[in-house]
Design a protein around this ligand. Structure first.
Ligand code: ATP
Ligand code: MG
Length: 131
């Protein structure tokens, strides 16, 4: 998911280009907006964290780009492409290093397992099994 600030900052096109050039196939894509409640649902695993309320606010402030991507070893390779959660620690050339504003507003989300990738795909797209 390309996060609201990255869309607001006009980086969607550059980020999509990096994703495609890294060998990912886009199988579903949608520009949409999350309510604070739905953003909270998406990041439910973090509901006890002190940054949860801020995260809900940041994730619902504007449009996001939801993507379903395919590639061999997609989860690990995508996390490599996006870089560390905190852009200050992200490697040069990664999406977060290039386009994140801060730890709280770090440009892009990547699934952390195949299982969560499927759940998150279904969160945004109702017929993912057909892609
Ligand atoms: P994401 O799930 O968005 O891909 P991630 O897996 O790298 O990020 P998580 O630990 O799952 O990192 O945190 C989810 C999101 O919560 C981060 O992307 C970041 O925006 C925010 N976040 C994480 N840790 C902090 C923190 N210590 N302070 C503020 N915000 C944080
Ligand atoms: Mg995460």
């Amino acid at each position: 998911m390309i996060k609201p600030d990255a869309v607001l900052d006009g980086h969607s096109g550059s980020i999509l280009k990096m994703i495609e050039q890294a060998g990912f196939r886009i199988v579903a894509m949608k520009l949409t907006k999350l309510s604070p409640e739905r953003a909270g649902q998406f990041y439910e695993v973090h509901k006890e964290k002190p940054f949860y309320d801020g995260l809900k606010e940041i994730m619902s402030k504007s449009q996001i780009v939801a993507l379903v991507l395919e590639k061999e070893n997609a989860v690990a390779d995508f996390r490599k492409l996006i870089g560390s959660t905190n852009p200050a620690n992200a490697e040069e050339g990664t999406i977060r290093k290039l386009y994140a504003r801060s730890l709280e507003s770090n440009a892009i989300h990547g699934s952390d397992s195949d299982e969560n990738a499927l759940l998150e795909s279904r969160f945004f797209f109702s017929r993912t099994e057909e892609y």
